[in-house]
Design a protein around this ligand. Structure first.
Ligand code: COA
Ligand code: AMP
Length: 630
């Protein structure tokens, strides 16, 4: 079927389209209805259906001819280890760890926070939760203990699972002290912390509360799957919002399994049995969906890569992994390609490897600039596909649907709407705009299966954050436009979220950290363009009267403060002291103007600006003597 026909059917015959997709899964009880509305007025998918995501990802394949196929290849250049797990072996580990969690009292609906590096045990812990119907919440290792504490207090986990540490190239990152500090700070206290000890760093253990993974596993009894409702939550993944508090995006079991399975066929064009590699981190949504769940649900082999695109050991690392494991479909963020391009501008290292198995390269996480797109296209001579999605959707919303029909998407565009998504460009008053008019990217409700049904225990915040701005539409927070052929270009966030090296971060959270410094009267943190990371944050601070701290000392302290409060992943490296911040007469800080000044792009001060002379003062501080540090 052509893309156009499939897309039209997905909107005009929504029920049957998604029931057909659902029928491809081995439900315990098949859903009779695809879409329904709950008593809060929120859309739910496949109500009445019963399934278990871990069963579909493991037991089903073991029972249907894939027991000896590789399910997971762990390739870790930082430790020099490579381990392959067959579907049978992975199932065995998951069932045993589900037994461990069950013995600790974890039951359906309990939350388990997982704060772990890129090791097989992380996937085992996630799938073990899914097996029990416990709700996992994975927190990315680059976040601080404070960020972890916020998530502990929101999710209220019964158990936390961690490892003694991670390796960032050669730097050892001890994870356990972060977990200890987060529990100390949080009001909610988990009953137990299960710790996987790695051989290069030993975690301090607290008697009674902390338990050793290997000791528990040694005498664990394997646990079977628990039958779940399609609408039961599978996980919570916290993501940066426009307030200082991250949003707990909920993913259900049924919609998620159906959508991800469909995406493997229709979007990624991969076949069961092939090797699929998403070079992301399990702490992000890409890692959840395309390192863990989708490849396993679809019967592929997934790769868990504990390394970087460069320096582990060189800029040929990605090509080495693809050649060695015969990767068919590869997915990464443009920033990783830019990092490779910087070290190997002519892409010579790619020529050293046999990439004949590779069919498509998918990019997401941030806008893909045309030079990066063209560079990777020229080096690999395979279709490069930019596709757009968010933590909230859990799977792509715009793409070039390689598995259905490869379309002539122009470089710079993220493609056409994925089946099930009615994507519209909206004016500030919510009217649908025509070709080439830039506006807010909205999705006419209902969202597709797999998208967040709500925020964790906060339907009101869900409605407020996403559904009220443009009634009848989901507000994505991104801006963009369509061309006359319907190809959509995403132009960037319209709010205070920035994207640093493919990592979504809130400038509000960074502002809260900076404002906590005793010398700071007020501040603004904005994202400015960066050649490698896409964007980096810069802080502008106004000092309290009478404060005499030197600029460099202040900057050092503010950088440390953001590392402690948000985490090193924020890559906050520059703070500029200014006399005043530009504001409107009503006191709103004009961040857009500051961003334009720092990026060196033209801007028009609004008529509501409080005092034009502040712009001259700022220009002196921002340009040309203070270019952003890379
Ligand atoms: N645990 C602990 N610390 C982490 C971490 C983790 N999992 N991931 C990153 N950090 C730390 C790094 O050590 C670094 O700390 P430093 O300031 O002390 O050096 C900081 O966070 C920033 O790290 P990173 O964003 O990785 O920047 P980098 O300059 O080290 O590397 C890239 C740049 C482009 C190579 C890297 O960002 C990258 O591989 N990006 C791809 C992103 C991606 O896949 N995103 C997923 C969306 S699809
Ligand atoms: P996250 O929720 O961390 O996946 O971040 C989602 C945000 O990243 C989106 O709202 C966009 O701003 C940005 N993003 C992701 N993919 C793309 C893309 N292909 N093009 C442009 N922006 C993207």
């Amino acid at each position: 079927m052509s893309y156009a026909a499939e897309y039209t059917r997905s909107l005009q015959d929504r029920e049957n389209f998604w029931l057909d997709q659902a029928s491809k899964l081995d439900w315990f009880v098949q859903p009779e209805k695809a879409l329904s509305v709950d008593d809060q007025g929120l859309y739910r998918w496949f109500k009445g259906g019963k399934l278990n995501t871990a069963y579909l990802a493991l037991d089903y394949h073991v029972a249907n001819g894939r027991a000896e196929q590789a399910a997971l290849i762990y390739d870790s250049p930082v430790t020099g280890r490579k381990i392959t797990y067959t579907y049978r072996e992975l199932l065995d580990q998951v069932a045993r760890f589900a037994g461990v969690l069950s013995k600790l009292g974890v039951v359906k609906g309990d939350r388990v926070i997982i704060y772990m590096p890129m090791i097989p045990q992380t996937l085992v812990a996630m799938l073990a939760c899914a097996r029990l119907g416990a709700i996992h919440s994975v927190v990315f290792g680059g976040f601080s203990s404070h960020e972890l504490a916020i998530r502990i207090d929101d999710a209220k986990p019964k158990v936390m699972v961690t490892a003694s540490g991670g390796l960032e190239i050669q730097k050892v990152i001890p994870y356990k002290p972060m977990v200890d500090a987060s529990i100390e700070e949080a009001v909610h206290k988990p009953e137990h912390v299960v710790v996987y000890q790695r051989d290069f760093v030993e975690a301090p253990m607290q008697e009674g509360r902390d338990l050793d993974w290997e000791a528990l596993e040694a005498d664990a009894t394997p646990h079977g799957w628990v039958e779940l409702d399609a609408t039961d939550p599978l996980y919570i993944l916290y993501t940066s919002g426009t307030t200082g508090k991250p949003k707990g995006v909920v993913r259900d079991n049924g919609g998620h399994a159906v959508a991800l399975t469909y995406s493997m066929r229709a979007i990624y064009g991969v076949k069961p049995g092939e090797v699929y590699w998403a070079a992301s981190d399990v702490g992000w949504v890409v890692g959840h969906s395309y390192i863990v769940y989708a490849p396993l649900l679809f019967g592929c082999t997934t790769i868990l890569y504990e390394g970087k695109p460069v320096k582990t050991p060189d800029a040929g690392a990605f090509w080495r992994v693809m050649a060695e494991h015969r990767v068919s479909v590869f997915f990464t963020a443009p920033t990783a390609i830019r990092a490779i391009k910087k070290e190997d501008p002519e892409g010579k290292l790619a020529g050293q490897y046999n990439l004949s198995a590779l069919r498509y390269i998918f990019l997401a996480g941030e806008h893909c600039d045309i030079p990066t797109y063209e560079w990777v296209n020229n080096i690999l001579k395979k279709p490069v596909i930019d596709h757009w999605w968010q933590t909230e959707s859990g799977w792509p919303m715009l793409t070039n649907p390689a598995g259905t029909e490869l379309l002539p998407v122009p470089p710079g565009s993220a493609g056409v709407p994925v089946c099930g998504y009615d994507i519209q460009i909206l004016s500030p008053s919510g009217e649908e705009l025509g070709p080439h008019a830039e506006g807010a990217v909205g999705i006419r409700l209902p969202l597709a299966p797999g998208c967040l049904p709500s925020l964790w225990q906060n339907d009101e915040n869900f409605k407020q954050s996403y559904l009220t701005l443009y009634p009848g539409y989901y507000a994505s927070g991104d801006g963009g436009y369509k061309d006359e052929n319907g190809y959509v270009t995403i132009t960037g966030r319209m709010d205070d979220i920035i994207n640093v090296a493919g990592h979504r971060l809130s400038t509000t959270e960074m502002e809260e950290a900076v404002a906590g410094h005793p010398a700071v009267a007020e501040c603004a943190v904005i994202g400015v363009a960066d050649a490698m990371k896409g964007q980096i944050p810069i802080g502008f601070v106004v000092l309290k009267d009478g404060v005499t701290i030197g600029d460099e000392e202040l900057e050092r302290e503010l950088v440390q403060l953001v590392r402690t409060k948000v985490g090193p992943v924020a890559a906050f490296k520059q703070a500029i002291v200014v006399k005043r911040l530009p504001k409107t007469r009503s006191g709103k800080i004009l961040r857009k103007i500051m961003r334009a000044m720092a990026d060196g792009t033209p801007f028009q001060p609004p008529s509501t600006i409080e005092d034009m002379s502040v712009l001259g003062e700022l220009e002196e501080r921002i340009q040309p003597n203070n270019p952003p540090k890379a």
